[in-house]
Design a protein around this ligand. Structure first.
Ligand code: F6P
Length: 359
């Protein structure tokens, strides 16, 4: 048996743990050959692969990033070699190369966009198994994606560090996390890091509601820490957003939503307001112990699905055990934070604001 594995989209702590678990499981169970595809689907387009052995993966369990490399925009159905060249469908060349390599199946580790490509490749005839990856934890049908716990640990620690300096200087500090379409990182990180407000893409925020919290804390505790997800949006009609729209079609463009919120609050509160964008520090580095174990469990289950010929499926976690769902059910879909989520309820009951409160 000859199995290929690729890691699609952005990198994420735990990717190497999945590669290791897939490789070791397949070699131990069947003596299979395992081929690593470099830089996601790009490796199948540009014919860049490598052999994975027990030795290659021996010491990568805790290594951040992906030993296979990452390429954010390698889509065989819409491939552009250069920015000024129109996109082309090179999926048939990709399938021909997979046949040439003699691949019996392909394990695709990625997020919703990667799963959408994986599903189409599977439908064209190359058997695929998916593994859910994203620090954003926003894939459908799985309780967890690996990488999330590692990102949340960074956010929680950052918030605690920011809080001590905020308290010393009597400032309002806005901390921006990743999470373009779903606010899971900001929510869990904010809860674990003790943020006083958590602002999510799921609930449009009112700068006035957040400013009211800051002014109240100015009088009482003297400082405020706000955790905001990068995809958060202000309610319609805010003056700072309107002013920014006059200069740019995208009001967030100029420094991110954290910086936008800083500006909105600064005109409404007496204390100094500062913002920090955590950025890729949330995605780099080693996985937490939880993520190293989860990634290993996911990689093992992906190998099991291959051995059972359960193709066209993506590994999911339910009640802490692995099972799978059809790729079509996760492809291109995002799992957002519901209003009645228990983390949301917990935070609200402790007095944490989401900025969507009516004044
Ligand atoms: O993995 C998803 C994500 O972390 C998003 O939260 C974020 O918007 C995006 O990646 C940024 O990725 P890149 O900088 O590689 O485009």
């Amino acid at each position: 048996m000859h199995i290929g594995i690729l890691t699609g989209g952005g990198d994420c702590p735990g990717l190497n743990a999945v590669i290791r678990a897939v490789t070791l499981s397949l070699i131990h169970h069947t003596g299979a050959r395992v081929t690593g595809i470099r830089k996601g689907f790009y490796g199948l387009i540009a014919r860049q692969v490598c052999t994975l052995t027990a030795d290659t993966v021996d010491a990568i369990l805790h290594e951040g990033g992906t030993i296979l490399g990452a390429h954010n925009s390698a889509n065989p159905f819409r491939w552009t070699a250069q920015a000024d060249v129109p996109a082309q469908d090179v999926s048939h060349e990709v399938l021909a190369y997979a046949r040439e390599l003699g691949l019996d199946a392909l394990i695709v580790v990625g997020g919703d966009g990667t799963m959408a490509i994986a599903n189409r490749i599977h439908q064209l005839g190359l058997p695929v198994v998916g593994v859910p990856k994203t620090i954003d934890n926003d894939l459908m049908h799985t309780e967890r994606t690996f990488g999330f716990d590692s990102a949340v640990a960074i956010v929680a620690e950052s918030l605690q560090r920011i809080a001590t300096t905020a308290r010393s200087h009597g400032r309002v500090m806005v901390v921006e996390t990743m999470g373009r379409y779903a606010g899971w990182i900001a929510l869990a990180g904010g809860l674990a890091g003790g943020a006083h407000a958590i602002v999510l893409p799921e609930f449009a925020y009112s700068p006035d509601a957040l400013a009211q919290l800051c002014r109240q804390r100015e009088r009482q505790q003297g400082y405020t820490v706000i955790c905001v997800a990068e995809g958060a949006k202000a309610i319609d009609g805010d003056m700072v957003v309107k002013a920014r729209l006059e200069h740019s079609p995208d009001p967030i463009r100029l420094g991110g939503v954290g910086e936008l919120l800083r500006e909105q609050l600064q005109s409404r509160v007496a204390s100094e307001v500062r913002s920090t964008q955590l950025g890729h520090v949330q995605r780099g580095g080693a996985p937490t112990a939880f993520d190293a174990a989860l990634s290993t469990q996911f990689g093992w289950w992906a190998a099991q699905l291959v051995l059972r010929k359960a193709f066209g499926q993506m590994v999911v976690l339910r009640n802490s055990s692995c099972t799978s769902v059809p790729l079509a059910e996760v492809a291109g879909k995002v799992r957002q934070v519901p209003a009645d989520d228990q983390w949301v309820q917990t935070a609200r009951s402790l007095g944490v604001r989401f900025g969507d409160e009516t004044l």
